[in-house]
Design a protein around this ligand. Structure first.
Ligand code: CP
Length: 303
């Protein structure tokens, strides 16, 4: 039962609940203007920059007929005067029916959910989780592959700090995937996620050369090196251009291969890939609106 739940980690939702969100996202894509939440107020609190997540949540809220309050610049809030996250959340949960929150600190969304009177949707907490991104990624995978089951999923780039890949492997672990992790030594998938996969008996392989996985993959999930998570920018400079996908590299890949990326991209996908029918990342971002409509409508119990 999703009604009334917070979505802090993707593991907060069961397999059945994830499938229900995907089903509802398809319903909202077919009919995006469903003003089911007239009279509701939803808070959008972005303590960290965002383009897609904030704007697609706010589009979803508007399409559902609710009103949005919030901020996208923490410098315009009383946080700058020393107000704590706890006090901010207590205040806002007196104003709104649901809070969407992005925060740079890992664990901030869980903490907020413990203080709040209303459900919290985690829009990204540090390098930890990005569960609404995961649900839109799953919707995108389902739409492009016709199934979530038994897929070969290659993840490339910053697997250490990339919160989207952390959430996605946990979600897809319900569907017998094989993962190919492609990263430089400095940015490998953290051990805790590999242990999670070991415990669930999920197959994964690690590589440093992207070309090794391209012929076999159904999904190529590219990621940006997360500059904002590096304590030392010299270390970032060393790894920032390790992987650049070019259109010529897609020759010989499977017909059903689709390229996903949570975006923003920096250099990791060349612009010549955009015209390739296997490029799906902009449509993936659009799918975020329908998926976030499904998440909000389910949590507020109108679907
Ligand atoms: N995918 C994603 O989280 O993008 P933004 O940082 O622009 O929200």
């Amino acid at each position: 039962m999703i009604k009334g739940k917070s979505l802090v980690s993707i593991t907060d939702f069961s397999k059945e609940e994830m499938l229900r969100i995907i089903e509802l996202a398809a319903d909202f894509e077919a009919n995006p203007n469903q003003p089911l939440l007239q009279g509701h107020v939803i808070a959008s609190l972005f303590f960290e920059p965002s383009t897609r997540t904030r704007l697609s949540f706010e589009t979803a809220i508007n399409r559902l007929g609710a009103r949005v309050i919030g901020f996208s610049d923490v410098n315009a809030t009383s946080t700058t005067k020393g107000e704590t996250l706890k006090d901010t959340i207590i205040m806002v949960s007196n104003y709104a029916d649901l809070i969407v929150m992005r925060h740079p600190l890992e664990g901030a969304a869980r903490y907020a959910s413990e203080q709040s009177r209303v459900p919290i949707v985690n829009a990204g907490d540090g390098a930890n989780q990005h569960p609404s991104q995961t649900l839109l990624d799953m919707f995108s995978i389902y739409k492009t592959q016709g199934t979530l089951q038994n897929l070969k999923i290659a993840m490339v780039g910053d697997l250490k700090y990339g919160r989207t890949v952390h959430s996605l492997i946990q979600a897809m672990s319900h569907f017998s995937p094989t993962f190919y992790f492609v990263a430089p030594d400095e940015l490998k998938m953290p051990q805790e996620y590999k242990t999670f996969l070991d415990q669930k008996g999920i197959e994964y392989h690690e590589y440093t050369d992207m070309n090794d996985v391209l012929p076999d993959a159904d999904i190529l999930y590219m990621t940006r090196v997360q500059k904002e998570r590096f304590a030392d920018l010299i270390e970032y400079e060393k790894v920032k251009n390790t992987y650049v996908l070019k259109n010529s590299m897609l020759e010989g890949t499977k017909d059903n291969l689709r390229i996903l990326h949570p975006l923003p991209r920096v250099n990791e996908i060349a612009y010549d890939v955009d015209q390739n029918p296997k490029a799906y990342y902009f449509k993936q971002a659009e799918n975020g609106v329908y998926t976030r409509m499904a998440i909000i409508a389910s949590i507020l119990g109108v679907k």
